[in-house]
Ligand binder design. Structure first.
Ligand code: UD1
Ligand code: CA
Length: 453
């Protein structure tokens, strides 16, 4: 059976009080709509249609989804109207699954159950909520079957006490759904075409409506305002933290890790509190990330230790390297095995050899540095002349003394020494000692100034 998905994402999201279209607000570092498209893609649908309206151009521009057919809903006349806009794209023989762009945590297993229920008529995902305020209530007949959905605005006091609500997510064959959609009208308090009206139309014409229970209310939480956005963010983070712990990662506190992207981890890794992981991060076995670190789009090999408050972005870090505390490792940094980037050291486009140490207070940019070098505290590669970025090349086993200024373009060959406090502007040959500073002179009989009375 063909499966075609329609995602509703045209609503304005007035309560977000924002100029950003609602479905572009972010949970776990990704737009709401991207979460929905990801789970939809997991179902391998034949087509994936997204109904856009408010901020549609922005939504299209932001979401990279080559498989999506974008459908414009020029005037927002309700959820039923939105689905009708996409029905032209849907094959007559297909099963249609309707998802909401602002319900990002929906799980694949729930959707599969909903699709399975559509083989008997209509499958609809419902959930019991302790506080169902604002949501459509599920009405059931004496036989327990679903007979209708009533929106809160249109419900009686009695109906408002019902805790089972409509999540909005439903599935039906095109043959079942299309004629029902054609019959819905706008006789309701909002004057809209309600998708929910297909339920009572179906029930009264003898079509079976099967409720599928969501796993938990969090899974189907819709986002209408920033309070719900923050709550969904926490639920998402809890789920991600649990996934990591199940895969073997030790988290000092699952509530104090924020994952805004994808983290893959080997065995016996430890992540301390208040760590933020962004983009795509892969860590090997026995990696330890200290408190307050931010790691973005990087690879950390086995045994890497990142100490407290380090910021690592776009880096490839070899096994058993130690970073931090307070290291700033910027894009284009590649550290070979056992390198050490200590406190207040910044690297950028720096390729650093095995066992090399820059333990404190340095800037290493546009540089290649060999193995087993010692880069003293206060070493600065002067890579920028105001126009161009210039490179520094340092061979294996070089010793750069404290507070040295390396003016690029510059080459220091292997085994060379740079005396502390030097400004080095020309090539240093292998094994040479470069001293680039004024010679010390001591003035004898120096009379210090005396204070005026
Ligand atoms: C809808 C349901 C309600 C359910 C609730 C769950 C209806 C009539 N009501 O109410 O039973 O409990 O969702 O969250 O369906 N949209 C469009 N075009 C439109 C209108 C809406 O694309 O013309 C999209 C929105 O972007 C959103 C979704 O449809 O993703 C739901 O719209 P919303 O206005 O939030 O519906 P609710 O009033 O919350
Ligand atoms: Ca809503």
């Amino acid at each position: 059976m063909r499966l075609e998905v329609i995602v509703l994402a045209a609503g304005e999201g007035t309560r977000m009080q924002s100029s950003i279209p609602k479905v572009l607000h972010v949970v776990g570092g990704r737009p709401l709509l991207e979460h929905v498209l990801n789970v939809a893609s997991d179902l391998s649908p034949d087509t994936l249609n997204v109904v856009i309206g408010h901020g549609g151009a922005e939504v299209k521009a932001r979401i990279e989804a080559p498989d999506v057919a974008w459908v414009d809903q020029a005037e927002r006349k309700g959820t039923g109207h939105a689905v009708i806009q996409a029905m032209d794209n849907v094959d007559p023989s297909a099963t249609v699954l309707v998802l909401y762009g602002d319900v990002p945590l929906i799980e694949k297993t729930t959707l599969e159950q909903c699709i399975a229920a559509a083989s008997d008529g209509i499958g609809i995902v419902t959930v019991e909520m302790s506080d169902p305020k604002g949501l459509g209530r599920i009405l059931r007949g004496a036989d327990g079957r679903i007979s209708a959905i009533i929106e809160e605005q249109d419900a009686t006091e009695q109906q408002r006490t019902i805790k089972e609500v409509n999540t909005g997510i439903l599935a039906a064959s095109n043959a079942t759904l299309a004629p029902l959609l054609a019959s819905i009208e706008t006789h309701n308090s909002q004057g809209e075409y309600y998708l929910t009206d297909v339920i009572s139309l179906a029930a009264s014409s003898g079509t079976q409506v099967t409720g599928v229970n969501a796993i938990c209310p969090e899974e189907v939480q819709g986002i209408n305002d920033h309070i719900q956005l923050a709550a969904v963010e926490r639920d998402f983070q809890r789920r991600e933290a649990e996934r990591l712990m199940v895969s073997g990662v030790t988290l000092a506190d699952p509530a104090r890790l924020d994952l805004r992207g994808t983290l893959t981890a080997g065995r016996d890794c430890f992540i301390d509190i208040n760590v933020v992981i962004e983009g795509t991060v892969a860590i090997g076995d026995n990696v330890s990330i200290g408190p307050g670190c931010v790691v973005t789009d990087s690879e950390l090999a086995d045994g890497v230790v990142v100490e407290a408050h380090s910021v690592v972005e776009g880096a490839i870090v070899g096994s058993r390297c130690r970073l931090g505390p307070f290291a700033r490792v910027r894009p284009g940094t590649e550290l070979a095995e056992g390198a050490r980037i200590g406190n207040f050291v910044e690297t950028k486009k720096a390729i650093i050899g095995a066992g090399t140490k820059a333990n404190h207070l340095a800037y290493l940019g546009d540089s290649t540095i060999g193995a087993e070098c010692n880069i003293g505290a206060g070493t600065v590669t002067c890579n920028y002349d105001g126009v161009d970025k210039n490179e520094t090349h340092i061979g294996d086993g070089v010793f750069v003394g404290t507070n040295s200024t390396l003016v690029a373009p510059l080459t220091i060959d292997e085994g060379a020494y740079v005396a502390a406090g030097s400004t080095i502007t020309s090539k240093v040959d292998s094994e040479d000692l470069a001293v680039g500073r004024a010679r010390q002179r001591n003035i004898q009989g120096w009379v210090p100034p005396t204070k005026r009375k």
